[in-house]
Ligand binder design. Sequence first.
Ligand code: SF4
Length: 254
Amino acid sequence: MTEGLFGPPDGTPRLNAARPAPERAALLAWVYGLLRAEYGERPLIPRREPMHELVSTILSQRTTHQDEEAAYQELLTLGGWDDIIQAPTGAVAHAIRRSNYPESKAPRIQATLRAIREQRGGYDLDFLAELPVGDALKWLTDLPGVGVKTASLVLLFNYARPVFPVDTHVHRINTRVGTIPRMGEQAAHRALLGLLPPDPPHLYELHVNLLRHGQRVCTWTRPKCPACVLRDRCDAHALYGNNVPSFSEKPGKG
Ligand code: SF4
């Protein structure tokens, strides 16, 4: 175990996750700096159009990036968003079959598109840039197929709003390191945002570097701790050494 597990005054074991918020905020700032040194600076530039981001994020749940992109491209063969709303749900599910759970995602996508069209008269989401951030999050998460992760991704990536998307990688690494106690992905959005500066480029860079670290090093099963730059202050490594167990989490609304 590292010295970091033992805190004053009585020397009893004390995990990062049990520390006060300011200490965990400092730990998260340390994580940010090390991942930046490891993976480099990542400027906040939208990677795709807002509706593309929204629909692709729904498709991405429990799905590799390659399959998500294939599903999105085949979805577009059905036509525009209006055509996708009107298509038989089975045809939408077939088009997105490269994504996991196509039968549940197809009606979610159609319901989301329908709700956007009914409320906005089209599919332009740029009004979200002007809304107070809490109202923008609420508008998106009130859509039938959109959870807080998807909403946060669209608001941060496309509109540089100060929110912090928590995907499976962000959740897993922060839980293992102990910047947050064990909690679900949805609760982790609020918990982590409370530890971070309200600075969109910082939030974006931390998100994408955690994603990269989760794909390459702190993987769901058999994390590569000997190669990890975070191991000196990681709760899971302190407890389990180089045999950190597989991470368990429950699927939720993306
Ligand atoms: S030390 Fe291991 S468990 Fe901790 S963050 Fe690194 S890879 Fe993950």
